[in-house]
Design a protein around this ligand. Structure first.
Ligand code: ATP
Ligand code: MG
Length: 580
């Protein structure tokens, strides 16, 4: 590719709405442009990087036995009604009508479509297992699209789906995909970690997310410093120390204390002369808009809504607002207390509350606090469960080691779906005995466009992107400083042809720009290898080579260039831990 004929509209300054480095650099290096909120045009350089990611994904999917398909982006509501997701998927699902007033949506994911396809074509156990995937533009009307390609509304995803005869087969498919994902992300050159995850709105039995470790990640993961354990905060189990059940232990009589100013837990604790770890927060939530539940956690802890939702079932869980709290408590306050809530509100308490008694808390009556509260005696608990979010001071739930928190960008997600879709959509097959059985499913996503952003988040410096060679728009930038020197110009042409013939993609900067401009642009785009031809070194029969990531400079002889370049290229790849 000749840069003189290419389209790289670079920017000197980053646009004001770009907050994270990948967004700034993708815009500045002329790789993407915003069309409207969360929707981007991919320019030639950006698209090349996306296509390289897609190619690695395809190769690894194919190696793992998955077959590529391409499903429609427009999906009829009727399929989503079959699984019930039309009603509860929420506003991320962009819905619209056709000229006959029929309901449709733009695909945010394709479980329904693929299940519909497979149920129509698959009759016998002999056709299973089956693993189909696609690489396609998805649309999700994200509430807060931001960070450029990291959280768009329109974005490119690889989504794959497996269909098996039984649990055992489904587990094998899941494991094969898990391994394929590890290979894929390693080949892309990302530093990543698979973590246990919640299966969210897509549902299913268990799931892992693949996280790229980067400070700008929107997810936090808890990982053990001693063993392999790593989990998304939503999912990470909290283990409480062994200890006696204190719910029935002796406790002085419950007292009510008036406190005029106790809006925060700290103020309530100050009024009671106690501390938040001796205080119980009673939180009222509403499941699916109409089912109230109460959750109790220690005053210094955070309720994990995902854990609570998994415990109580349902799709959507929200904190009750002040008006709902008043209605549910029958009192005029804006906070709830654990004592005296209506019988039909289930009461769940975090596991660690079982290990002590003589608590403090709010009362349902306004400006009133409780002292000497015994959960066994003064208030009903329907169930103790793991309800809070893990903290760095908690032990690893698997080995007891120390936990650390890291920020991560989710680039992939594997789910074991089980029968969730096949049962609802009647996707069955006949087994060896002629009995009809639902297929056991799995689903597997990779954020293809997000990966380009994540790779930049992990690899950049003050001058621009430092792309891993496996997904760089071009691996090499050959910069000719020929000016009016025809010998240099001719040699540059020759090298350009050589490198191209070697099957290496090279951006050839033969423009009449000043050297400084060319260097700055090569650094900004982040071609992993830069070759500079001209000046004194040319006279000495040398071309200068720079590794973008390490800034290490090497001199390659013009005589015997091909071998010297091949060896240097292999070195650059291996510095990335990548195989050529
Ligand atoms: P998130 O929690 O970040 O919203 P998700 O759990 O909704 O992700 P999945 O439904 O598992 O995502 O989608 C598969 C993959 O698609 C994700 O792992 C992620 O890499 C990518 N992805 C999801 N939403 C977006 C988005 N809005 N923009 C870019 N990529 C996305
Ligand atoms: Mg999402």
């Amino acid at each position: 590719m000749r840069l003189s004929r290419y389209y790289v509209p670079t920017l000197k300054e980053s646009p004001a709405d770009a907050e994270v480095i990948s967004h700034k650099l993708l815009l500045r290096a002329g790789m993407i442009r915003k069309l409207t909120s969360g929707i981007y045009c991919y320019l030639p350089l950006g698209l090349r990087s996306i296509n390289k990611v897609s190619q690695i994904v395809r190769e690894e999917m194919s190696r793992a036995g998955a077959l590529e398909v391409l499903l429609p982006m427009v999906q009829p509501a009727s399929l989503w009604q079959e699984t019930g997701r039309w009603d509860y998927y929420g506003k991320e699902l962009l819905r619209f009508n056709d000229r006959h007033d029929r309901d449709y949506c733009l695909g945010p994911t394709h479980e329904e479509v693929i299940t519909d396809l497979v149920r129509g074509e698959t009759r016998s156990y002999k056709q299973l297992p089956l693993n189909l995937y696609q690489i396609q533009t998805k649309f999700r009307d994200e509430i807060r699209p931001r960070f450029g390609l990291m959280r768009g509304r329109e974005f490119i995803m690889k989504d794959g789906y497996s269909f098996d005869r039984d649990e055992k087969g489904a587990e094998e498919s899941y494991r094969a995909m898990f391994e394929a994902y590890k290979k894929t992300f390693a080949r892309i050159g990302l530093r990543f970690k698979p973590v246990q995850a919640d299966s969210g709105a897509i549902g299913g039995d268990f799931s892992h997310e693949f996280m790229v470790l980067a400070k700008t990640g929107e997810d936090t993961l808890a990982s053990c410093t001693a063993c392999e354990f790593a989990a998304n905060l939503e999912k990470a189990r909290v283990t409480v120390p062994e200890g006696e059940d204190m719910t029935r232990a002796d406790c002085p009589t419950l007292e009510r204390v008036a406190a005029a100013d106790a809006r925060t837990i700290d103020k309530a604790c100050a009024a009671l002369g106690t501390s938040p770890d001796k205080f119980i927060k009673a939180l009222l939530l509403v499941v699916d808009g109409d089912r109230p539940v109460a959750a109790l956690v220690r005053g210094d802890r955070e309720l994990n809504e995902v854990k609570l939702r998994n415990l109580v079932g349902g799709n959507d869980i929200e904190f009750a607002d002040a008006a709902v709290i008043r209605r549910l408590t029958g009192a005029s306050g804006e906070f709830a207390g654990p004592v005296g809530l209506a019988e039909d509100i289930p009461m769940y308490a975090d596991n660690e509350l079982r290990l002590a008694t003589d608590w403090t808390a709010r009362d349902n009556a306004p400006d009133t606090l409780l002292r000497h509260l015994s959960l066994g005696r003064d208030c009903r608990i329907d169930k103790f469960a793991d309800l809070r979010t893990i903290e760095p001071s908690d032990p690893c739930p698997e080995c007891g080691g120390a936990i650390e928190f890291t920020e991560g960008i989710e680039v992939g997600h594997v789910f074991k779906l089980g029968l969730k879709y096949s049962a609802k959509m009647d996707a069955t097959f006949l087994d060896e005995n002629g009995d009809s059985k639902p297929m056991v499913m799995g689903c597997y996503g990779i954020g293809v466009s997000r990966i380009v952003a994540a790779a930049i988040e992990q690899n950049n410096d003050e001058n621009g992107c430092c792309f891993p060679p496996s997904i760089a728009p071009y691996e090499v930038c050959l910069i000719s400083l020929a000016g009016a020197d025809e010998d240099v110009a001719a040699k540059a042409e020759e090298l350009y042809a050589n490198i191209t013939d070697m099957g290496v993609d090279v951006a050839f900067d033969e423009r009449g720009e000043r050297p400084g401009v060319k260097f700055a642009e090569a650094d900004l785009v982040g071609y992993p290898m830069q070759l500079v031809l001209g000046g004194k070194s040319f006279e000495k029969g040398i071309i200068e080579a720079k590794d973008r990531k390490t800034s290490e400079k090497t001199e390659l002889p013009l005589d015997g260039f091909a071998e010297a370049f091949a060896a240097w290229r292999a070195e650059v790849w291996s510095r990335w831990g990548l195989e050529l």
